[in-house]
Ligand binder design. Sequence first.
Ligand code: SF4
Length: 298
Amino acid sequence: MDEEIKRLKKEKDAIILAHNYQIPEVQDIADFVGDSLELARVSKKVKERTIVLCGVKFMAETAKVISPEKTVLLPEIDAGCPLADMADKERVVKMKEKYPDGWVVSYVNTTVEVKAVSDVCCTSGNAEKVVRNVPAKRVIFLPDKNLCWYVKKRVPEKDIICWDGYCFVHRQFTVEDVKKARQLYPFAEIIVHPECEPEVQELADGIYSTSGMLKRAKESKAKEFIIGTEEGLLHRLKRENPEKEFYSLGSARHCYNMKKTTIESVKKALEESRYEIVIPDEVIEKARKAIERMIEYV
Ligand code: SF4
């Protein structure tokens, strides 16, 4: 299968990019593995004409916005993100009308239509910086309320209105999970994602985006880590730090959308050029402005 995929990549002038939450087999055949921001950055630089994005739909849309001249394929068309679907364009426009002095700051986990009506985008790694630097006192932050709570705490000078969305995967980690992990692994460092509930964030040793977790695992003197994010990240953590131990916080938490992509679906995507992401030019243009502003404010 690996050989066949290599041959197809060459034939189609394609590159495979995979998110950190993908199944290990898909991570292993990818040319690059990273978080959503890293995938977006790489999409801009690649020389291949086709990008096979192994992740969820908003990630493939972001790659298309950044590189509209490329063909972007999502191997599983119904790999969506329930968090992204919690914010829709119509409600965002209404919020903007209600608070005309507010800036809409959208997490990358939003649909391209929502990005197109947002003032600026952010990631979990730079949300705090973006919110601090936007030229408005009032901010409408969407869609994740836990990430919003995290930002609010660190940027008290802004008047931040949180959207009511959440990631069902990160929401499952509990205070009980943290307490049990402390008992079982008293020397381990507990690091969690800012999409986790506030009570879980408060009990953890550190709060990091997925790329922040990878960096922390390398730099920390700890030998054991408890990871509070989607379990797919453990594969990369273990591969990059073979001398350290990594455990999921509580039971391993799966994002079923991230697990839909398989080696077979990647092969099919290459063979049949499916499923191509198509976005109207004017939506691409507007969404790109919000993404470019993010770079400006960090
Ligand atoms: S882990 Fe959460 S935020 Fe990420 S794709 Fe799955 S549902 Fe969306």
